[in-house]
Design a protein around this ligand. Structure first.
Ligand code: SF4
Ligand code: SF4
Length: 162
C-alpha cells in the first residue's frame, strides 16, 4: 500500500468527488422547524443532552372553545434556535417532540465552529429539504387513531340510520 504525505483534501481527485457528494435522503444533516406545530412545551430543550436548544415563548389570551366556554390561553413561540457548535446530532429533540415540529433534513453543512447558531427563520427554511415520509407498510396494523376514528364514524352512522 503506497503512502503519501499530501493532504487528502488538497488532492484534486478527492476534492472533486467531495463537491459532488449528495447526502443520503435519511441522513442527519440539519434539523428543520415547523413553527406552527410548536406549542413551546420545552420538552426538546429539556431533553437535549447538550443544552443547545434555545426556546422562548409567551402566553396570549385565546377565545373560548365554544359559546359560554371559559377564556383560554395559548403559548406563542418567540424564539427557537439551535447552537450547532454544541449539537451532537443525537436526534433526541426530534424524537421527543410530541407535536411533529422538528424534522431531519439531509444537508451538507459544516459541523464545526463555522455553523454556531441557527435561528427560527433559517431552521424553517430547511423544511423544503425534508423528504416525504416512507410509504406505510400495507401489512401493518392500523394506527390507534385510525381505529378510533373508524369506531366513532361507525357509531355516528348507526345513529343517523336509526
Ligand atoms: S440533535 Fe441532540 S444535541 Fe442536537 S439539538 Fe437535538 S437533542 Fe440537542
Ligand atoms: S418539543 Fe416540539 S412542540 Fe415542544 S418546544 Fe420543542 S419543538 Fe416545540
Amino acid at each position: 500500500m503506497s503512502e503519501s504525505n499530501e493532504d487528502p483534501v488538497e488532492q484534486p481527485g478527492l476534492q472533486q468527488r467531495d463537491t459532488h457528494l449528495e447526502p443520503p435522503t435519511r441522513s442527519r444533516g440539519t434539523i428543520a422547524l415547523l413553527e406552527e406545530n410548536c406549542t413551546v412545551c420545552m420538552l426538546c430543550a429539556r431533553e437535549c443532552p447538550d443544552w443547545c436548544l434555545h426556546v422562548e415563548g409567551h402566553t396570549e389570551a385565546a377565545p373560548p372553545a365554544g359559546p359560554g366556554g371559559r377564556p383560554r390561553v395559548r403559548n406563542v413561540l418567540d424564539r427557537f434556535a439551535i447552537d450547532w457548535s454544541l449539537c451532537m446530532y443525537c436526534g433526541i429533540c426530534v424524537e421527543v417532540c410530541p407535536f411533529d415540529a422538528l424534522f431531519w433534513a439531509p444537508a451538507l453543512v459544516p459541523a464545526d465552529g463555522e455553523r454556531p447558531v441557527e435561528e427560527q427563520a433559517d431552521l424553517r427554511a430547511w423544511l423544503a429539504d425534508v423528504p416525504p415520509p416512507p410509504p406505510l407498510d400495507p401489512a401493518a396494523d392500523k394506527a390507534e387513531e385510525v381505529v378510533a376514528a373508524e369506531r366513532l364514524e361507525a357509531v355516528a352512522k348507526a345513529r343517523r340510520t336509526r
